[in-house]
Design a protein around this ligand. Structure first.
Ligand code: PLP
Length: 377
């Protein structure tokens, strides 16, 4: 898609998990002020005390979770935080349960830590959510972690507190199993209420790592600040890895994130209204497209479109569509629209559509997708 853009073609990319919204002004101003003040040097590896204080306050205020400063670590995005945690705890022979569809980085991170990802399908018939029975069948003496991501990338599925409680009840009798709660889409919920494992089962707190960041809620992807809170031994081990790899995240980004986390979330209401409108537009437009069917996502900013109805079809340029990757390639060629095939997330045949572009572009993209799908015989 990038090559097509470079050639000047009119490409619409619905493939990136990055919103078109701006970083809030007060966070930008805090980053600029930090640079001007001379906050341009190394900080404590796991983040300044000021930032960690803001993270502790965020967890208390928004999630009812109580942590000490030493139980909190800030890193270069949620990605580095997740990576630190897995590298610190997983080795040869260790299994990490990853429900599919999953964020693409989880299995590769487990591989980099020399562990074994155990991919557990969470299919459309259960709302793309893991069931307690499925989870029970996957736990073994070698299980080290289960990764839970709600709201989910790529499906937008949101686990209720009751659903989390049922899963945690299955995990509770396995004392060696840790729970990784990737809450990065916490503030993007359209239906139901966000819930996080550590609040649902406080008695399991010493086995839960709660991961979050400013990338999604505050549209601060480029600032690269993520954070986590959990048991002190784990945070200490993660800090050691961070110390010998990147050291602290950028000092001025820490200040911008601190101010973002401390400030009001009022700006989100308008953004959520826009996102809901876009989501509904995609659902309406693509549900009438031949061969496509859209389960309704409750959160994040993705629609995970079922494209089973187009598998086996033939494109006007003579290709047979055997997989969702073939379909995504066809849409790139024919409609000049970029989407990610579900097989990249471990569950096909689906297409992930990120409605992270403005209404006009989204409308044009849906029109092009529909026109291209209509030409499949
Ligand atoms: N977790 C999930 C599920 C994501 O989708 C992403 C980003 O796309 C991340 C974590 C990491 O985000 P960041 O490293 O920008 O904080």
């Amino acid at each position: 898609m990038r090559q097509m853009v470079a050639r000047g073609e009119s490409v619409i990319n619905l493939g990136e998990g990055e919103l078109d919204f701006e970083t809030p002004d007060h966070a930008k101003a805090a980053g600029i002020a930090a640079i001007e003040r001379g906050d341009t040097r190394y900080t404590a590896v796991g983040g300044t005390e000021r930032l960690r204080g803001a993270i502790v306050a965020k967890f208390q205020r928004e999630n009812g979770l109580t942590f000490g400063l030493e139980q909190v670590l800030a890193g270069v995005g949620g990605k580095q935080i997740l990576f630190n945690a897995l590298l610190a705890t997983v080795g040869v022979g260790d299994e990490v349960i990853v429900p599919a569809p999953y964020w693409v980085s989880y299995p590769d991170m487990v591989h980099l830590a020399e562990g074994t990802p155990v991919i557990l399908p969470a299919t459309e018939d259960t709302g793309f959510k893991l069931t307690p029975d499925a989870l029970a069948s996957a736990l073994t003496e070698r299980t080290r972690w289960i990764i839970l991501n709600s709201p989910n990338n790529p499906t937008g599925a949101v686990y209720s507190a009751e659903e989390l409680a049922a899963l945690l009840a299955v995990i509770a009798p396995w004392p060696k199993v840790m729970i990784m709660a990737d809450d990065i889409y916490e503030h993007m919920v359209f239906a139901g209420t966000f819930a996080t494992p550590a609040a649902v089962r406080p008695d399991l707190a010493d086995r839960i790592l709660t991961v979050n960041g400013v990338s999604k809620a505050y549209s601060m992807t480029g600032w690269r600040i993520g954070y986590a809170a959990g048991p002190r031994w784990l945070i200490d081990a993660m800090r050691v890895i961070q110390s010998q790899s990147t050291s602290n995240p950028a000092a001025m980004s820490q200040e911008a994130a601190r101010v973002a986390l401390t400030g009001s979330l009022d700006f989100l209401e308008e953004r959520l209204t826009i996102l809901r409108r876009r989501r509904d537009h995609v659902l309406t437009a693509l549900n009438v497209c031949p061969g496509l069917r859209c389960p309704v996502p409750d959160g994040a900013f993705y629609v995970y479109v079922n494209c089973a109805g187009l598998m086996g079809g033939t494109t006007p340029d003579g290709h047979t569509l055997e997989t969702d990757t073939d379909l995504a390639a066809y849409l790139a060629r024919e409609a000049k629209v970029g989407v990610v095939p579900g097989s990249a997330f471990g569950l096909g045949p689906y297409l992930r559509i990120a409605y992270a572009v403005d209404d006009a572009l989204l409308d044009e993209a849906c029109t092009r997708i529909t026109a291209a799908c209509t030409r499949i015989a």
